[in-house]
Design a protein around this ligand. Structure first.
Ligand code: FAD
Ligand code: MET
Ligand code: ZN
Length: 617
């Protein structure tokens, strides 16, 4: 009888975890290497599962591929590790045990870590070795990334007619990491020819049962599950799983009700769990009919709770001149000077106060707190910078929900200066997502959907700015990045400060066909030392010789340097004013009198222009 023939009328029992079993026996290194150094240990685990009632065992090859083995310097052993794994499993198997060759997924949620080409190469190599050893079928498991699963499944289908089990890992109940509903993912894998399709790892029975309630029986494939024994807990730095075999008995019956025909276990499960499953459903016939729960239609409020009624900045700056000013939250406690600055700038008539997110990777008062205080004090708009550096995906989403709840809907989505350059060089730079992904994530919030595809209950109404760094050798390449950011949903751009009129003209020429407006950055210099620091130490920014000479000539006299810095900034504004509607002024060291003066200067120029137009008429 073949595996697929068997499944026509039976529920088959899979094995349980290999990795966590070996780990609990004290192995804390590459589990697959044990095929070579301790084959008997691996064989004993297989035998324990067979004795417990497993009809199918999987080779100890979950991570036996180039990408994963090279983390241990074992990439040259791929062939031997996979070959031996099949031999060990076959030695452990009885005449009725199916031996499947396991290949695990390599992508985590960071897609960029491995390109599809890399994944294809990596997969093919392991696949050919396993197929050569004549396994009874393939078990593709722990695929978080549907794109990766689709890619490898297509390759496997081309190379073999043997049965293929395709198990994905859920991100949350009912959805994969890219937001695909489980039902849709299963249909896709069915279309691509997987013979058994299911879930493994990451979650325990509770979430898997809940997820399967929405999945119909498949027409040309069977369903499988390999749940973890529980959610993991962290105990003295180690991941540990609870294990209650009685619970697995009950769960196995529920899996059967959902139409599952192959039931095993993943991380944390032991032969006792497999025995519990076998005792519960091993003798039962599979169900052939099931009632599918229709997913709850979650009402998404179209009108968000955010009360901001101002038009978004991208609309304003498309229509008319607009000045936004960065005033960074202080590095020390005490908000008085900051709030005085916010008030003064508001009086000067700016369209938004922008607040950096721990710029130069040094801690400052939270820009969310400072933004709210400024908004309350002035009634003006606060634009919050959000970096990918300080918050992981959980923190970023929580932060966005917080901003929305507080009525802050203007954000700048940026990668963030790496922590290496700041006051805490040892601190972790998170970078779970890139600025592109962050922009998409925020735009998805605007559709009322979380990163993982879950409804948020309301739609946010974020207007999303992105960063433009024109201080690069190839401006055309920077513009390509801007186009990519627009494709991800950026509404407009805010540039780094520019220090040459010619550069402003070049930026205009290069970006004039761009579909999103740009605020051009201008930051007044405060002293010659400040100018030299920016020129020599801020990556990418170069001041012209004449600007550096002017600042040097101003000497150490503070007032003279201040006047010179303002004069240079005004010159730059004169150029930007003719070419761009948007000007972004950056306040150095909370010296808001400088940016107030420059705001007044811009407004004065605008007034004069309007008057000239009237006289012309
Ligand atoms: C208006 C503005 C506000 C900012 N506010 C903050 C802040 O509040 N907090 C903070 O920590 N940082 C801030 N920064 C700095 C910013 O995070 C970094 O300068 C960042 O690397 C550039 O913008 P981004 O985050 O969108 O990077 P991305 O465009 O996502 O770039 C990511 C990576 O690619 C590199 N890169 C960018 N452009 C090119 C190119 N043309 N060619 C090759 N490589 C390139 C970058 O150096 C970076 O390593 C701000 C920058 C700007 C322009
Ligand atoms: C990380 S998922 C677990 C994969 C493999 N089946 C094992 O039990 O080791
Ligand atoms: Zn697992």
């Amino acid at each position: 009888m073949s595996f697929l023939e068997d499944l026509k009328s039976k529920i088959l029992i899979g094995d349980g975890a290999m990795g966590t079993m070996l780990y609990s026996h004290g192995v804390d290194r590459c589990f697959e290497e044990l095929n070579l150094s301790k084959p008997d240990d691996v064989k004993r685990v297989h035998q324990a599962y067979i004795q417990a009632g497993a009809n199918l065992i999987q080779t100890n090859t979950y991570g036996a591929n180039d990408i994963k083995l090279s983390r241990y310097g074992l990439e040259d052993e791929i062939r031997q590790i996979n070959k031996t794994a099949v031999e060990i499993a076959k030695r452990a198997a009885t005449s009725s045990t199916y031996v499947f060759g396991t290949i695990g997924g390599v992508r985590s949620f960071k897609k960029s870590a491995h390109t599809l080409e890399e994944i294809k190469r990596n997969f093919r190599e392991q696949l050919f070795i396993l197929l050569n050893e004549d396994v009874d079928g393939l078990l593709l498991e722990t695929y978080y990334d549907l794109e990766e699963m689709k890619t490898v499944l297509q390759i496997a289908k081309k190379e073999t007619n043997k049965p293929i089990i395709a198990n994905v890992s859920l991100h949350e109940a009912g959805v994969l990491q890219d937001g695909t509903a489980l039902t849709d993912a299963f249909s896709t894998l069915e279309e691509l020819g997987a013979n058994v399709i299911g879930l493994n790892c990451r979650l325990g029975p509770y979430h898997m049962i809940q997820s399967l309630e929405e999945v119909p029986l498949l027409e040309s494939a069977y369903l499988s599950v390999f749940p973890n024994s529980s959610l993991p807990a962290l105990n003295e730095g180690r991941l540990v799983y609870e294990s209650d075999e009685g619970y697995f008995k009950e769960s196995a019956l529920k899996f059967r009700d959902q139409g599952v025909r192959l039931i095993g276990g993943c991380c944390g499960t032991t032969p006792k769990h497999i025995q519990a499953i076998a005792e519960a459903v091993g003798h039962l016939a599979p169900v052939t009919d099931k009632k599918v729960r229709v997913p709850k239609q979650v009402q998404v409020n179209i009108t968000s709770s955010n009360t901001d009624t101002l038009p978004p900045l991208q609309e304003i700056v498309k229509e008319k001149r607009s000045v936004i000013v960065e005033l960074d939250p202080p590095k020390k406690l005490g908000m008085n000077k900051f709030l005085e600055g916010a008030q003064a700038l508001h009086h000067a008539g700016i369209d938004a106060l922008t607040l950096a997110d721990n710029s130069l990777a040094s801690p400052r008062v939270s820009n969310l707190a400072a933004g709210i205080l400024a908004k309350e004090k002035t009634g003006g708009r606060a634009l919050i910078h959000i970096t990918c550096r300080d918050r992981n995906l959980i923190g970023l989403q929580s932060h966005l929900m917080g901003l929305h709840s507080l009525g802050l809907s203007d954000v700048l989505a940026i990668t963030g200066d790496p922590s290496k350059i700041g006051d805490f060089p040892g601190a972790t730079s998170v970078y779970d997502v890139s600025s592109f992904d962050l922009i998409s994530l925020i735009k998805q919030f605007n559709e009322g959907v979380s990163y993982s595809g879950k409804p948020l209950g309301e739609k946010t109404n974020f207007s999303v700015a992105a960063a433009f760094n024109p201080n690069v050798r190839h401006l055309d390449k920077a513009v390509v990045r801007l186009e990519k950011k627009i494709a991800h949903g950026a509404d407009y751009f805010i540039s780094q400060p520019l220090y040459s009129s010619q550069q402003i003209v070049d930026v205009y020429e290069e970006t004039r066909n761009l579909k999103a407006p740009i605020y051009i950055g201008i930051m007044p210099l405060t002293s010659s030392r400040n100018a030299e620091f920016i020129h020599n130490e801020i990556p990418g920014i170069k001041l012209s010789d004449s600007i550096r000479e002017k600042m040097a000539a101003a000497g150490t006299d503070k007032e003279q340097a201040r006047q010179e810095g303002l004069a240079i900034a005004k010159d730059l504004i004169d150029t930007a004013f003719d070419l761009f509607n948007g000007i972004y002024l950056i306040t150095p060291f909370l010296q808001y009198d400088l940016t107030v003066e420059l705001t007044n200067y811009i407004h004065e120029k605008e007034k004069q222009l309007a008057e000239r137009k009237i006289t012309h008429v």
